[in-house]
Design a protein. Structure first.
Length: 202
């Protein structure tokens, strides 16, 4: 985490700032603990500098919000695809459901942890983009919601369309429980909650 406690200078190129932010997002999505206060402040500042319109005399505006949003879409899409392949590689129903529940819990926890860090993106870019957006088919989301929408699109929907393995495995586990077999109720509950949550996303 120490490397996240020092952000690139505000004048750094977007590629340098994104490399730093990507490391922060990777850490958060894989970790069960929060960032240190110093790291949190540094990451927030990097997002702010990336998105802020600099109107000081002698300085040009730096509207890198769109670039940052696109990079986040690409990052989450790639991560979810990796998780999907890993999860669907499980052969047994119980292992498939456990893997899904574990990966979903980790991913959702990480996504929620990103919310406060990317407030500047929501305020600076997303708000303006929504106000002037002409093509209403492309809905812009705050970062934590974006991450979950991309899970739905690139994992849940694709997995179901290619053959509802997860739903079928879940139903078989529920049937086993009703027949008196010992199954992990917490895992079943986690997957059902996931389905319910995803169904509410656009």
């Amino acid at each position: 985490m120490a490397q996240l406690e020092t952000a690139p200078p505000p004048a750094a190129k977007f590629e340098i700032i994104w490399a730093y932010l990507r490391s922060a997002v990777e850490y958060i999505m894989a970790s069960e603990g929060p960032l240190s206060i110093k790291a949190h402040t540094a990451v927030y500042s990097a997002v702010y500098e990336c998105c802020a319109q600099d109107t000081r005399k002698g300085h040009s505006a730096r509207p890198d919000g769109p670039k940052l949003y696109i990079e986040l879409v690409l990052f989450f899409t790639s991560q979810v695809e990796d998780i999907r392949h890993k999860t669907l590689a499980q052969k047994e129903d119980s292992e498939l459901i456990r893997c899904y529940a574990r990966e979903w819990a980790q991913y959702r926890r990480g996504a929620l942890s990103l919310r406060s860090l990317f407030v500047p993106l929501a305020r600076a870019y997303l708000k303006r983009a929504r106000e002037f957006e002409e093509d209403k088919k492309h809905i812009l989301h705050e970062v934590h919601t974006l991450a979950l929408v991309l899970w739905k699109t690139n994992f849940f929907t694709l997995a179901q369309n290619s053959g509802p393995r997860i739903t079928s495995a879940l139903m078989r586990m529920i049937a086993r429980e009703r027949n008196g077999e010992d199954v992990d109720q917490d895992v079943i509950r986690s997957v059902v909650d996931s389905f319910s949550h995803l169904s509410q996303l656009e």
